[in-house]
Design a protein around this ligand. Structure first.
Ligand SMILES: NC(=O)c1ccc[n+]([C@@H]2O[C@H](COP(=O)([O-])OP(=O)(O)OC[C@H]3O[C@@H](n4cnc5c(N)ncnc54)[C@H](O)[C@@H]3O)[C@@H](O)[C@H]2O)c1
Length: 452
């Protein structure tokens, strides 16, 4: 749905009122269109002494066609120089004192980040940093990046990527995603790239990384699920779009649009896991990507919540997903380098009034990621989840006006995200290049204040 306030804030009169009253001024976010450059300008690259990722960063930027600068751009006459991205390898920071190197790199240039620019800090997972001082210093990076996220303006984002020693070569898909317009509404996240699982497979074509893959998307007939189907198909996958029979017409429309196929069933039915396994095995010889997007809400404060509403939400949003995972794994239907992707919610992190059932189920999705990650790594597969914040869909259009406005503005972007923002993040997890991204829960929330 349209964000009328954002339209008003961009109008002539609105612009003045917004400036005078100090109201939120949401910048229209740049979103990916096929054929767009990986980044809209040069990236300034720096590193703390002794960092181990500098060569990797240069290699990735070169392969993505991004100009890498080692010195800041000089300001043109009358106009400030703009960097499309700042990338800093902080892996060399081994003591709290040396955190000053972060300050020294960023302080002079932070105001030069362009509209919808990108800031990426690379670190070592604290638990792998070695001695206690290095652990503390690496942990401290999180506070820095989260604060930068709150200071950046004009739709710019910042992320912290912890790269396990030994996983340097596996960082490309993540860096490309975070620098590109695909990550428009992902802000101030901490992402881990590890050494588990199968080695990252560089896609033959980074614009169609999912070519030849089969993806099952549940709840695909509308909203976020339909967008996931669009984006996975755009990236080359054959999409099996699943939804309840009552959504049959809309489901067919989505499947036709993405040249995919439909599977009409209720995921809570006792025979659903077996039917899904049979369908994927018989028609496609298995599945590469499973996106558990189907979800429902039945909101009431706990004292008024009927047991049926508790059961329905927990069954759709959690129990049925576990049953499908187990059936797929037992049958060996999830192929080598497979992906399972859950859809959690910031309600599962922060909690929410009237959503004890929903938040329980969505926190359970995070538990699903934690508990299955080692198991899937053993099989050369991964499991991750997205946790969307306020996304503009029919679900959020139904929220009362005041709460809706608060949800939209209470984040660093001062606006809601779009279904495509969730879908792009899922497509990054799904990429064969993301084999080292396992066990992550990335919020797609514009750095929402809720649960931050
Ligand atoms: N919209 C948001 O702001 C937001 C925020 C956080 C998380 N989410 C999550 O994102 C996912 C998609 O949300 P949405 O806003 O697009 O919702 P939506 O209601 O528009 O779509 C959900 C889809 O799931 C399908 N579905 C429900 N029960 C099913 C079942 N038993 N079997 C098969 N399909 C079933 C529905 O028919 C529907 O097509 C959900 O898991 C939701 O909890 C949404």
């Amino acid at each position: 749905m349209t964000d009328r306030y954002q339209q008003f804030a961009r109008s002539g009169v609105g612009r003045q009122i917004v400036r005078r009253l100090g109201l939120p001024n949401p910048t229209p976010l740049r979103r990916y269109r096929p054929g767009d450059p990986a980044l809209n300008g040069p990236a300034l690259v720096g590193a703390a002494r002794g960092g181990r990722l500098l060569d990797t960063v240069h290699t990735v930027l070169k392969s993505a066609g991004i100009e890498a600068l080692t010195e800041p751009l000089a300001a043109a006459e009358g106009a400030q120089a703009r960097h499309a991205a700042l990338v800093f390898d902080a892996t060399g920071i081994t003591t709290p004192q040396r955190l000053r190197e972060l300050y020294e790199f960023f302080q002079p240039v932070i105001r030069s980040v362009g509209t919808c620019g990108r800031v990426v800090v690379l670190g070592t997972p604290p638990e792998s940093a070695g001695d206690p001082r290095a652990t503390i210093a690496q942990r401290a990076l999180e506070g820095f990046t989260r604060s930068v996220g709150k200071e950046l303006k004009r739709g710019a984002t910042v992320q912290l990527v912890y790269v396990e020693p030994g996983a340097e070569a596996a960082v490309e898909s993540t860096l490309r995603f975070l620098l590109s317009a695909r990550s428009a509404y992902v802000d101030a996240q901490v992402i881990r790239v590890g050494t588990h699982g199968s080695p990252a497979v560089e896609p033959a074509d980074w614009d169609r990384p999912l070519a030849g893959k089969v993806a099952l998307v549940t709840g695909a007939s509308r909203g976020i699920g339909a967008s996931i189907a669009d984006v996975l198909a755009r990236d080359g996958a054959h999409v099996v779009a699943l939804d309840i029979p009552a959504q049959g017409d809309e489901l067919s429309a989505v499947a036709n649009r993405v040249h995919g196929t439909t599977l009409q069933l209720d995921i809570t039915a006792a025979d659903a896991p077996a039917r899904i396994v049979r369908h994927l095995s018989e028609r496609h010889g298995g599945v590469d990507i499973v996106v558990h997007n189907a979800g429902i809400t039945r909101d009431k404060t706990l004292g008024k919540l009927k047991s049926s509403a508790w059961d329905a939400v927990l069954t759709v949003n959690l129990a049925s997903q576990l049953a499908v995972n187990d059936a797929l794994l037992e049958a060996g239907a999830l192929r080598e380098n497979g992906r399972i992707i859950g859809v959690s919610s910031i309600a599962g992190i922060a909690g929410n009034v009237g959503q004890t059932n929903y938040a329980t189920s969505k926190a359970g999705v995070i538990g699903m990621v934690d508990s299955y990650a080692p198991l899937l790594a053993e099989r050369g597969a991964t499991i991750n989840a997205v946790a969307p914040g306020f996304i503009e869909t029919k679900m959020t259009a139904a929220v009362p006006l005041f709460i809706r406005e608060a949800g939209r503005r209470m984040n660093s972007m001062s606006q809601g995200g779009l279904p495509v923002d969730v879908a792009e993040t899922i497509a990054w997890y799904a990429s064969p290049g993301s084999a080292a991204v396992n066990g992550n829960v990335v919020r797609v929330c514009g750095q929402s204040l809720l649960g931050a």
